[in-house]
Ligand binder design. Sequence first.
Ligand code: BG6
Length: 257
Amino acid sequence: PLANRFLGLTSQEKLLAERLNIERCFIVRGDRTAGDAVTKQLGTILNDALAKLLPEGNNIIVVMGGSTMASVAAQLTPELSVSRKLTFVPGRGGIGESVNKQANSVAATMAKRTHGEARPLYIPEQLSESTYHPLLNEPTVKPVLELIKHAGVAIHGIGNAGVMARRRGVNEEISNYLRKAKAVGEAFGSFYNKEGRILYQVHRIGLQLNDVQHFNHVFAVASGHDKAQAIESYMKIAPHQTILITDEGAANVILKK
Ligand code: BG6
């Protein structure tokens, strides 16, 4: 099935990649919001794509959090570690949301599933500048931040702005601003509008949108018609080497425009 998926790019996948101006798209059947078993399929595609694209030897893979990431993590398989040594690193420390959605948990699950390794990063998300600066040199933090910087692969989710503002616990002033400025989506802690202009960046330690511009492979996993605008607008600022793994729910809305 892997070879088929890679050779047999559907015309819709090709169109979508062209429209979004990124390297490649995968579209699975169904719509996440209709309760279809979409996320499982997204995870299988991610597994196949990693198997195909990761070079032999050491691979450092930075992963973000979120419910999509948490469920695709469970679909990875030990075959990925055949002739590779995989190290999964969370792109972020903690987040105010539930433990199973945190990047640390996603990295741990991926490591377990693939028989790879995970390196934890424990830093609260919302810290004042004066508190977090000294942390950057802590012996438990610094080497992990170095790994993030030297990673070649990132896997991340894309969220709706309103949902993510609530989940990230941004204060009232900022969430009002985001609403007025018509924020549509969020990725890597950056909130952006329809045109892909960044409106606000949650101040955090770890992987930022700018960092991934030089990565070899960047996998964006996001689905459902309700995320169509967030996905489309994010791709205006995404690195060109982005591979989008999505569903028909999102793809149909974007392609209809
Ligand atoms: C977060 C990512 O953890 O997950 C965000 O850091 C992303 O960048 C979000 O927007 C998406 O979450 P979900 O639950 O909709 O997959």
